[in-house]
Design a protein around this ligand. Sequence first.
Ligand code: G6P
Length: 750
Amino acid sequence: MTRAMRLALALVLGLAGLTFGAALLVQDQMRAWFEKDVNLRARLALQGARGELAQSWRGDRGRLETLLSDLTLDERILGACACDGSGATVARTRDYPAELDCAALVARVASEGPDPRWDHWARIEDLPEREVHLAALPLADAAGELGWVFLAHDLTFMARRDARTRLFLFAAFGILALGASLFTLLAARLSWRDWSEELRGFLRGGEQRKMFRPILADVRDLVDRLIEHEGRAWTAQRLKETLRHSLSDEKVVVLANREPYVHQKRPSGEVEVMHPASGLVTAIEPVLRACGGTWVAHGSGTADRETADRHGRLKVPPGEEAYTLRRVWLSPAEEQGYYYGFANEGLWPLCHIAHTRPLFRGEDWEQYRAVNERFVRAALEEVDSEDPILFVQDYHFALAPALIRRALPRATVITFWHIPWPNAELFGICPYRDELLEGLLGSSILGFHTQFHCNNFLDAVDRFLEARIDRERSAVVQDGRATLVHPYPISVEWPMRQLAGVPAPAQARQQVHAELGLEPGTMLGVGVDRLDYTKGIEERLLAVERLFERHPQWLGRFTFVQLAAPSRTTIERYRALNESVEALAARIDQRFARPGWHPVILRRAHHEPPEVFRFLRAADLLYVSSLHDGMNLVAKEFVAAREDERGVLLLSQFTGAARELTEALVVNPYNLDEAADALATALSMPPGEQSARMRSMRSYLAEFNVYGWAGHMLIDAARLRRREQLFARLGDVESVQGLVPRQPGKAVLR
Ligand code: G6P
């Protein structure tokens, strides 16, 4: 029973009770009026006839009877009777009830003393079937008392009137009660409708919303801040609680091409676990450790099949089993077209301003589409509800959000684009731009590292698609469905679990110096990257060369070591980069090297995380010189690794990180003189300044860590889901703006 129905029922019962009480009161009052009326009439009749009655009493009995009959002409008067003082009947009308005999009546009036009431009631005991009113008039003449005249009124008419009055009363009050209840229901319904209309208006962004927008925004801001801060830092535990409280512990399914654990077979036949060099993996792995769930990824290792079950599933991290890794197997042709071709020769250079021409081949596109479908199918096998949370990662899966939406219209799809998004003009050169945009707009939330990239995306939609851009909410609305496009700057785990086994800075420094054959006092510069043309490794080495030219005092006293993980090596551009970096390092070394000292050391190999962190702890400076980078997590890892608050970060202004780590020495990597001077500044920076800068960056990262990154997206997703549920209850599918299906969907992929 709804609240409104309960209210109406209570109202009806209340009114019925009131009606009953009121009916009794009214009935009593009416009865009193009737009795008074009858009394009056009897008295008038008897008084009027008094003289004549007395006259005929003693002589003319016939006349007396006639007079009595005249008094009883009114149909409600049953009869009249004249009785003498001894109780004998003097005269009576024909219909006078025999039960009311003179003896009893006279005895009754006599018992009332010298001044008897002259009207009496003869009730049921006298006439069981009827109600009779008996009026008694004492008569006397000059000779003395004569006796009494009794007039019997039939009161059954009063009972009939009573019944009819009661009926009318109940009918009237019943109608009133019904009317009042209907009115209440109607009013409740109308006010609910008004309220829900208004609410829909707010959420749709109508006029009302505009009116209240400033207040709403302030309130929402305040609530968000209260929820999000609560004076607590973001931790794995808090992220887990957020998932539990805000999303009822919903299972999270991540779709990301690169797997966190790659099983490789050594030439000896032994299987080893490798941790790939990927900012994405660095960020997502702690999130899944905290939340559990499933990571759907390409099984790329040579021993991946034998370490997974027949569905490609295995529990990871090895020995901890905190979540499931679901591997998807790709054929060489699929990997070539989807991964190397469209993703890394097309989208990667398209999104980075690094002066490498994107290549768009039709066959690569076909593979990209097909592989996106394959991954989505695998992800759908991992979900366990009609409205799961899917976390789609990066440029490998631009088509996945729309495919998921088509299969599971109520899914919450959070997509994060880990690389930059180019301006609309640049993006427009992609022959498949519309399909890519449509694909991404299947997301509930689409995240970028910076507002700038969000704006670029919105501009591209504005230019190439028929969709409404809601700049106020930073959302794209298409067919009544919205995709929020918001910045969520990615970050690192805090504190970093991977630092646990890494030697402390002083020890790390010692070890690294020994390994590289550096004199103890030599300053050490470090670069850590995948060998990728977007990382500006050539520019970095050139800046080091320029340092020695502009600041020769560092010759023999400073060595720059570059850890470069080979990446995407089947792509021609990457092979060329390998060679050019190699040649450049060799040239600089040749130019400046002295016995026992090298200006530049290039380590082209995969380095496992503990090794990387050892170098980061040993470094006097880290130079991140990306020509364009969504965020660059190596910069943040460096800050996280430096518990000693030492070391200087040189950071390219073209990284997302430069917007957050403002205490770094921010440089333009193309400006070699500026970069060389910044290197010199870093090398001679006093320890106090190093600490101050590092401390500030560390406190920033402690607060804005990867748990906060994921937490903010989950909180936004939870808010969307609550809205979706509200609208589903209101039955307004349209207003949910795509977060509710037009028809309940089935997990089927076309
Ligand atoms: C970038 C991309 C990631 C990718 C990583 C390593 O950070 O945004 O998605 O995993 O590079 O590249 P790879 O091709 O080896 O996965």
